[in-house]
Design a protein around this ligand. Structure first.
Ligand code: T3D
Length: 255
């Protein structure tokens, strides 16, 4: 059975981590299949991507039974987690983490690498790393610092405290909580909304926010000006303005 399943519904690609009996903990196989799935997501016909988990877990992070198998941990991280985290950030479309359940360790880092997080009310969030004497890798220091700020990120990641979905929302870690029974339907609905958006503008917005973390104001204003000059040349901009004038909802094609 595949450790990652890929589905397509219209312009939405759903990637499901699929080791439910181990809370979708990462193995070499899972990493490789996730890499293939993210490569498939580059298809221009895909305009939004969902990453979620099978069963009661999103992901419990590294499979601890396979821990250190590769010997050189830094090399393993570079060849697996880094490739997939960078693939998520480089996709020119929104990536939603559908946090259906337990989210721990590098599973938490992966969720935080996505553009937004929707959580089931059954989800909970656990740092994991510090519990076994490790540092938050796979982008755990990068994304959590940006999402939570250094004091809160440091306090949480060094405490190993379990965070409920409600607490995660209060902290701004997740944008929305949905009852478990309604979760997959709402996740599909939110992904479809994003897929029906002006994909070029959404991708440029993603890139601009990523760059804003290290840019000066002058650099960022210039990058915005260049991105806007491209956005006004899209069919979606013409459609947006036409729809406004005609007092109807826009129908964006993503071109
Ligand atoms: O070299 C490198 O790889 C460096 C990279 C490190 C990256 C990391 O992600 S480090 C952090 C690794 N993750 C953890 O430390 C979390 C370990 N898991 C837990 O603490 C707990 O399982 C949870 C808090 C996540 C959930 O607890 P609970 O009570 O809801 O579930 P459970 O009963 O503990 O787990 C259910 C099953 O999943 C269980 O299997 P069993 O006994 O029914 O056969 C459990 O062993 C398994 N499982 C959970 N997490 C992992 C795992 N199996 C392998 N690896 C796991 N990470």
């Amino acid at each position: 059975m595949a450790e990652v399943e890929v589905g397509r519904d219209g312009a939405v690609q759903t990637i499901t981590l699929n080791r439910p009996e181990k809370l979708n903990a990462f193995t070499q196989t899972l990493h490789g299949e996730l890499q293939d799935a993210l490569e498939q997501a580059r298809d221009p016909a895909v305009r939004a991507v969902v990453i979620t988990g099978a069963g009661r877990g999103f992901s419990a992070g590294q499979d601890l039974t396979a821990f250190g198998e590769a010997g050189d941990v830094a090399a393993m991280l570079r060849a697996t987690y880094h490739v997939n985290v960078l693939a998520i950030r480089s996709l020119d479309k929104p990536v939603i983490a559908g946090v259906n359940g337990v989210c721990a360790g590098a599973g938490l880092s992966l969720a935080c690498a996505c553009d937004l997080r929707l959580a089931s009310d059954a989800a909970f969030f656990v740092p994991g790393f510090v519990g076994i004497g490790l540092i938050p890798d796979s982008g755990g220091t990068f994304f959590l610092q940006r999402l939570l700020g250094t004091p809160r990120a440091f306090e949480w990641m060094t405490s190993n405290r379990r965070l409920t979905a409600a607490e995660a929302q209060a902290w701004g870690l997740v944008s929305e909580i949905v009852e478990a029974e309604a979760f997959s339907a709402r996740l599909a609905e939110r992904a479809a909304e994003l897929a029906a958006g002006p994909t070029h503008a959404i991708a440029a917005t993603k890139r601009l926010y990523d760059d804003a973390a290290t840019a000066t104001l002058e650099e960022q204003l210039e990058a915005e000006a260049e991105a806007q000059a491209q956005a006004v040349r899209t069919a979606d901009f013409r459609e947006g303005v036409a729809a406004f004038g005609e007092k109807r909802a826009p129908s964006f094609s993503g071109s």
